[in-house]
Design a protein around this ligand. Structure first.
Ligand code: SAH
Ligand code: SF4
Ligand code: F3S
Length: 440
């Protein structure tokens, strides 16, 4: 066993980065690293970064600037940058912030042990290659009980869609699906560790087409297979593209009990002109028809989405189409952003919408989305919902869990109920959560 060292990982961006951070710590565990929540005691600090919007990327440099203080106090502390900023900027990060010892792109985490040996020799390795093999192939999931009963599992990575605003096809590479058996094995391992809910991840998760026992499997096929694992109680998946929502996956929402009635299906905008300029390859009408078909098999499904306002060329009339679409769909929950210029993407060179206008549109859209979210939460009051209890909440004796619709639900409970699904009667709604009482 090598010498004991402490690893501090700070994770930014999407759920896939959360998953990757766990795999990074698994990759470094055999090198003697254990994870710490305290940056001050770290031997190695890793920032697992996001490049999706300008602000997200700039945050990394200001964080590194702040972390110089740590280095002053403890000069032997090492710093690494991982994730999508690392993938996009590579060596440039070290040029701009020489304190950084290593840069590891989103597809090279399996090389981290070797990179750390190079760092020990005084080198500053940069690895932003896209290898052909599964980057987590040789990394064993750590053993022992898990803190949370819910876990992420990446099944697909990368994207071939090239929406005109988006960096993901560049930072995550081409779309790759993991073989089905690897996913099933990993799911079983998670279940052995006490996990009862798995959230299947992919940048375009519903484009999944991994090798199965009898040819390529779709996401629906994979979900049906995972549903056979007895102790696994809940399955979710995110994020989906409307154009990859096939008949079988829609059907699965109707016939697979363990598949939760929640679907994150970003549309980005409600105007066909803008959708076309974004290269989304579907119209607003087609999206609404799709939602109708999903609701016809699962009436109560909660829908969630992503929106971009102020995409280059978006007029007030286009923006109104987005508001209209939201009125039609009534999302249970949604994310919305001002368009952020990403150098190297097709939309970056187009005529930009005024910043003040963007901010105003975002405010109006968020007001509407918040209203719908609140109304959806209000409709839960008085209902009895199955809630997967996850962890203690802030108040003593209080715990928080997730409804099938992914609401955070607070209630009084016993510690031994964590990890189980309780029946809880919703008594009130807060801004972003529900309050409930256990009835069984
Ligand atoms: N793969 C997913 C999400 C990718 S990124 C999908 O296809 O939907 C998550 C969200 O960030 C996107 O859905 C989009 O709403 C937002 N986003 C991506 N690029 C952006 C940009 N340049 N400016 C503002 N928001 C952006
Ligand atoms: Fe980005 Fe579009 Fe791919 Fe989603 S589908 S990751 S928004 S390029
Ligand atoms: Fe960000 Fe990379 Fe995820 S850019 S949103 S961390 S795929």
């Amino acid at each position: 066993m090598s010498e004991q060292k402490k690893l501090y990982i700070k994770t930014y961006g999407c759920q896939m980065n959360v998953y990757d951070s766990e795999r990074i710590s698994d990759a470094l565990a055999p090198e003697g690293y254990s994870v710490t929540a305290d940056e001050n005691e770290a031997d190695l600090v890793l920032l697992n970064t996001c490049h999706i919007r300008e602000k997200a990327a700039e945050k990394i440099y200001s964080e590194l600037g702040r972390m110089k203080q740590l280095k002053l106090k403890k000069p032997e502390m090492q710093f690494g940058v991982a994730g999508c900023v690392a993938q996009a900027e590579g060596q440039e990060i070290i040029n701009r912030q020489p304190m950084v010892d290593l840069v590891v792109g989103s597809q090279a985490y399996h090389n981290l042990p070797e990179m750390m040996r190079d760092v020990a020799k005084g080198q500053k390795p940069v690895d932003i290659d896209f290898p052909a093999e599964d980057k987590f192939d040789h990394i064993l999931r750590s053993k022992g009980k898990r803190k949370l009963p819910s876990a992420f599992l990446t099944v697909q990575e990368g994207c071939d869609k090239f929406c005109a605003f988006c960096v993901v096809p560049y930072t995550r590479g081409a779309e790759v699906s993991r073989p089905a058996q690897k996913i099933i094995d990993e799911a079983k391992h998670l279940v052995d560790q006490g996990v009862v809910e798995i959230n299947l991840l992919g940048q375009n998760v519903n484009a999944y087409h991994g090798q199965g026992a009898d040819g390529e499997w779709s996401l629906a096929r994979l979900i049906r297979e995972l549903a056979k694992i007895n102790e696994l109680k809940r399955i979710r998946f995110t994020t989906s593209h409307p154009n990859d929502m096939d008949d079988d996956l829609i059907a699965a929402h109707g016939d697979t009990e363990k598949l939760m009635p929640y679907l994150h299906l970003p549309v980005q905008a409600g105007s066909d002109r803008v959708l076309k300029a974004m290269n989304r390859k579907h119209t607003a009408e087609e999206y609404l028809k799709l939602i109708e078909r999903i609701r016809s098999v699962r009436k109560d499904i909660a829908l969630s989405g992503d929106f971009i306002v102020g995409f280059p060329g978006e007029t007030e009339a286009d923006f109104q189409d987005t508001l209209n679409l939201c009125e039609e769909v009534r999302y249970g929950q949604a994310y919305s952003f001002k368009y952020s210029t990403r150098p190297g993407t097709p939309a970056a060179d187009r005529d930009q919408v005024d910043e003040v206008e963007k901010a105003d549109r975002l405010k109006r859209l968020q007001t509407l989305l918040t209203k719908h979210q609140y109304e959806f939460q209000l409709s839960m009051v008085g209902k009895i919902l199955p809630v997967l209890l996850e962890k203690p909440a802030r108040d003593p004796g209080q715990f928080v869990g997730k409804s099938e619709y992914l609401h955070a639900v607070h209630m009084d409970a016993k510690a031994e109920q964590v990890g189980t699904i309780v029946q809880a009667k919703v008594t009130r709604t807060e801004r972003n959560s529900l309050g409930a009482e256990i009835v069984k």
